[in-house]
Structure formats: C-alpha cells, structure tokens
Design a binder for this molecule. Structure first.
Ligand code: CO
Length: 281
C-alpha cells in the first residue's frame, strides 16, 4: 500500500505538477521592408483578439531577414530559438502558426523542426502546427472569395486585377493554378500569376491580350507587401510586372498590401491556428 502511494507520487511529480501554460508562436518568412510589417501586426491583432489570455510570440524563418533586422535593432528569433525559449520559460502547450501561403519547401522545413520539438524529453506536453493559407480542400474557394472582398473600391468591372503569388518548384505550387481557376470563375478579370513558378507573367499577359483590358490593379498575393511586391511587381526596372504590362499598353496601378493585412484572408490563417490550438489538449 505504501509502495503504491510512493509510486503514484513519483508519477505525479514527473509531469502532472507543472502548471499549464499555453502559448502561440507565429512563424513567417519575415521582411526587410519596415512598412510591410504592418501586415504582420494586423494578423497579430486578430490572433490576440481570438486568444486574449495566450502570449503571442514571433519567429522569422529567413536567416537573411533576421540578420538584416539585427543590424538596426533586436535580432528576431528563428523558430528554433523561439521554441527553445518557450520551453525554458515553462510553456506546456504551444500552437505554431505558419504564415506561409502554400505548404511548399519552407513550410515542410518548419514542420520538421516543430516535430523535433515534439520529441524532446521533459519538454512541451503538446505542440501543434497550423497549416498554411491554402491547406484544406475548402481553402481555395475560401481564399478566392476573401481576396475579392478586398479589391480596391475604385476598380471598375472592366478593369483587371492581377495578383502576384510567390511561386515554387514544389508540387504544392499547383495550388496557385487551382486558385487562379477559382478566381476566374468568380470574376473573369481577376488573374493570378507567380514570380518564381507557374502560372507566370506570360500567362497573365496572354489573358490580358485576349480580353483587350487596358487597366489593371496589381496586388501581391503574399502575406506582406515586401521586396517582391515593391520590386518585382511594382518596381521601375524594365522586368517588373508593371513595366512589362505597361509596355503591352495596360495602365497599371500597384496596391502594396499584403494578404495578412486583408482581414478576410487573415481569418483563414486564424482558422488554421484555432484548429491547432484545439488539437493541443
Ligand atoms: Co522570394
């Protein structure tokens, strides 16, 4: 009898004694453009409204971004540093939310490192990862509708809207095509291309030429309107999308707003975070 009590006591002291401490870690690529960070702030505001009592931390996955930001201020954490810190501070259940758009190479690297933390002895009781924007079956349709809710109010029905996604050579890049098709079904003048994958700017040019559209709004389809948005989309260089399309006779108006700044889109990331928190029991 006494032996039994002693054994129970040991078992309890092992894990059960620690007070529950939940946390959220938002993991983004990061950006070197300070003005672009308001998109991250918007998402953070929404996360804090949804989970008012849970501490929210940030981590940037890009080493280049972390180094550059560290030159002028506090160097942001990597996911690994942020999680090690949280483990050290006694967090017991952590939900990591990816701010990626698709589950490509970067998302899978993130997932691998989160899994590594799940396997540590005397570490978190649970750690879960919320999926990228385009994750489940409903996300394509949900995202297409959300994007249409944030078109510039001055856009006339005859104007085109061109979204610029990042693009990838990862198989998950096919989701960009799926989204392009869905957008086209809802509004035939809303197009989507990517900087580094398919569909590309050539596909956008073909569509614009076919329809004879003369004016277009250019909007990044990335969490923040950072370097790609400012240079590859809206920049003055001859190979920016704006320059290419204007040479084709399309008058362009860039809208430098990241998708994390669009509440309806940010809502979809938040949905994935809620799923991750829910499984953290
Ligand atoms: Co890039």
């Amino acid at each position: 009898m006494i032996l039994l009590l002693v054994l129970c006591g040991i078992a309890e002291a092992g894990h059960g004694d620690r007070p529950e401490k939940r946390g959220i870690l938002l993991a983004a690529f990061g950006t070197t453009v300070p003005e672009a960070r308001n998109a991250y702030s918007n998402l953070e505001r929404m996360v804090k409204e949804a989970f008012p009592r849970v501490p929210v931390r940030w981590a940037y996955t890009s080493r280049m971004v972390r180094e550059k930001m560290g030159e002028s201020g506090r160097r942001p954490d990597s996911v690994e540093t942020a999680l090690a810190r949280m483990m050290d501070e006694g967090f017991t259940r952590v939900a990591v939310q990816s701010l990626h758009t698709i589950g490509g190479w970067e998302f899978h690297d993130l997932a691998r490192n989160v899994r590594a933390f799940a396997g540590m002895a005397d570490g978190f009781k649970s750690i879960n990862l919320g999926g990228p924007l385009l994750n489940g079956a409903g996300d394509i349709d949900r995202t297409a509708r959300a994007l249409l809710r944030h078109l510039p109010p001055e856009r006339r029905l005859e104007d085109a809207v061109v979204f610029m996604g990042h693009g990838t050579d990862h198989p998950a890049g096919a989701l960009y095509t799926a989204l392009m098709v869905e957008l086209g079904k809802l509004d035939s003048r809303v197009l989507l291309g990517t900087v580094e994958g398919r569909p590309g700017i050539e596909d956008v040019r073909v569509r614009l030429r076919e329809t004879g559209i003369k004016e277009a709004y250019l909007i990044p389809f990335m969490a923040v309107a950072g370097d790609h948005a400012r240079n590859d989309l809206a920049g003055d260089a001859p190979d920016s999308w704006r320059s290419i399309l204007e040479r084709d006779g399309v008058q362009c108006t860039p809208v430098l707003m990241g998708t994390a700044e669009m509440d309806s889109v940010a809502e979809i990331w938040l949905r994935h975070l809620k799923e991750a928190v829910e499984t953290n029991r």
